[in-house]
Design a protein around this ligand. Sequence first.
Ligand code: HEC
Ligand code: HEC
Ligand code: HEC
Ligand code: HEC
Ligand code: HEC
Ligand code: HEC
Ligand code: HEC
Ligand code: HEC
Ligand code: HEC
Ligand code: HEC
Length: 344
Amino acid sequence: MLWPLPATKPVPAALRKRRRSAVALLPAVVLVAALFSSAALYGAQAQASKPAEAKPAEAPPAENKPATYVGSETCQACHEDIFKAFQKNPHWVVQTDKRRGFENNACESCHGPGSKHAESASAADIRNPEKLPPAQTDRTCLKCHLNQPTHVGRLQSSHAKNQVSCTACHAIHRNGPNGLVARKAPAINELCASCHTSQWVRFQLPYKHRLPEGAMSCVDCHNPHGGFRPGQMQYFAGNEPGCFKCHGDKRGPFTYEHAPVRFEGCMTCHEPHGSANPRMLARQEVRYVCLECHANLPLSTAGAGTVLGVVPPAFHDLRSPRFRNCTICHQKVHGSYVDRMFLK
Ligand code: HEC
Ligand code: HEC
Ligand code: HEC
Ligand code: HEC
Ligand code: HEC
Ligand code: HEC
Ligand code: HEC
Ligand code: HEC
Ligand code: HEC
Ligand code: HEC
């Protein structure tokens, strides 16, 4: 059975909420932050310039002290459910392991020092990474996750540049397949498709990689965290296209390379997301793919007869159906070990 299109399928409420909050709340957050910082500045100046007795009574000095770390057990008192669930979270090691720098203060490793909030129980006194501007959210996580192998170049990714922060894809306190990290192919596809509907549509075409069946996921080809190849593509063996991970037979090195396979990439002839054409070709028949480069003559002037693609060689008479399916003869179109013409 095919998966229903995400367009017709409601995006999970939590995802929707998270996306909306990321966009809609941004100006609000910036504004509030600006207000806070200017208020704090103003307060500081006022204190500096005025004698102590002129200070307004309703602002006791303790209020101006930065919050301090109080420990996760303090949080537990009011956030029992979250605390309990957190013990099964991979981040629990932050709580227990000295070397991570936040022993017993795991909650505050992301939420910042919590003494004020623990007293006031007000949302305004605690940092919620999800409500920060995306770049700041990323920085909160990157404090610890900066040098992971799958994350090379992450901040150059389209996601980071387009305000899609870590928490758009990773929900720290949510269990389930789209929770902390989606690992199973269907869950990953659901996550990606929730934003990339137009790419998901391509996978509903007759010839495609089997993502809707859950046999593969977007992450087999793309690194969601970014990378050095265009399109956030995965690599294989250093810096080669990730396609070779599965299509190793196309890799070579061949004695006789077909130039575009080596130099222009698979996308010259294929549409890897899906296509209406067999073999996911970019054109509806093989010959049209080939003739884009191998026919520099338009159809027939009187002298040449009705021969398309006479150069070279003239014996390719395309009036004859025999010559239309190029790969019947040029079988090794991705490169050959033995034949310069890719015939075998
Ligand atoms: C005295 C009880 C109490 C303690 C202790 C407490 N909280 Fe809270 N916390 C609350 C309440 C109540 C809310 C809901 C506030 C609201 O929605 O206005 C809340 C909300 C939050 C939020 C959500 C804020 C938002 O913007 O939505 C976070 C994050 C949070 N707490 C983290 C912590 C952390 C971390 C600690 C430990 C350092 C902690 N809390 C300790 C009562 C507490
Ligand atoms: C690795 C970072 C991280 C750690 C550690 C962490 N949180 Fe959170 N917390 C978040 C993020 C991000 C959110 C925003 C919602 C989400 O992504 O799940 C959040 C949201 C919350 C909320 C608001 C929940 C809601 O439904 O809006 C509370 C309360 C909270 N955290 C409490 C805690 C407590 C208590 C601990 C320790 C037991 C803790 N957090 C540890 C990152 C963290
Ligand atoms: C205080 C350091 C610290 C902070 C801050 C932090 N993490 Fe982590 N994170 C860890 C540790 C430690 C692990 C456990 C896995 C490991 O050993 O690398 C982990 C694991 C993870 C995993 C992988 C879990 C798995 O099953 O492989 C994800 C995803 C993750 N963190 C996302 C985030 C996000 C998103 C944020 C920001 C909201 C964040 N982390 C903030 C330390 C941190
Ligand atoms: C567009 C969605 C997306 C964004 C944005 C994103 N991630 Fe991920 N992340 C994933 C997916 C999907 C996986 C699982 C990859 C896999 O299984 O190969 C993952 C895996 C991880 C892991 C697990 C370890 C690993 O390398 O496989 C960590 C840690 C992590 N992400 C941290 C982060 C941090 C930190 C950020 C923000 C700077 C971030 N991610 C942004 C989708 C995303
Ligand atoms: C919260 C929404 C959101 C989610 C979830 C999301 N993306 Fe994106 N993605 C974007 C935005 C926004 C852009 C930048 C604009 C664009 O190119 O469409 C983008 C860009 C991309 C690009 C284009 C890179 C380029 O350089 O052209 C790739 C590839 C991509 N995402 C893959 C993924 C994968 C794989 C997943 C799932 C792990 C995923 N995205 C999940 C929003 C999202
Ligand atoms: C078989 C490999 C493969 C799979 C699976 C795959 N992609 Fe791609 N995708 C590509 C290639 C190749 C490009 C072109 C990269 C380039 O620009 O060179 C691309 C480009 C993109 C782009 C850039 C805009 C565009 O359409 O050209 C986005 C966004 C994207 N993919 C999202 C996704 C999402 C979301 C999924 C999962 C539903 C997915 N891809 C699955 C290979 C794949
Ligand atoms: C994770 C493994 C994997 C990766 C990575 C991958 N493919 Fe595939 N590909 C497959 C499988 C499996 C099939 C067979 C699908 C089927 O039978 O439905 C396939 C089929 C194809 C086909 C069509 C073959 C046919 O007989 O119709 C083409 C063309 C193709 N892949 C190109 C690519 C390109 C280009 C890339 C890189 C952008 C790529 N693949 C990356 C696994 C992969
Ligand atoms: C010059 C155009 C061209 C380029 C570039 C190209 N292909 Fe192909 N590919 C074709 C044609 C044509 C077919 C159909 C062959 C047939 O009809 O038997 C095909 C078929 C395939 C098939 C399915 C049949 C088979 O031989 O296994 C796969 C898989 C495939 N290509 C993968 C790739 C990958 C991976 C790349 C990039 C390394 C790539 N192709 C680059 C033209 C190309
Ligand atoms: C993107 C352009 C492009 C496409 C599409 C393309 N080719 Fe090529 N092909 C080349 C180039 C460039 C060469 C190298 C020519 C040279 O070395 O003089 C080449 C070489 C060849 C050769 C060897 C010729 C020689 O003199 O060494 C054959 C045979 C061939 N292609 C067949 C095909 C077939 C069959 C297809 C369709 C499946 C195809 N090509 C698609 C660009 C292309
Ligand atoms: C019936 C088998 C057959 C078919 C079908 C066929 N070719 Fe060829 N092609 C050959 C042979 C044999 C040669 C080698 C001719 C030679 O050595 O002079 C060749 C040579 C070529 C060359 C290289 C010419 C040169 O001298 O550099 C190109 C390019 C080429 N074919 C493209 C195509 C294209 C494009 C198609 C499809 C429209 C196609 N062929 C269909 C048998 C075929």
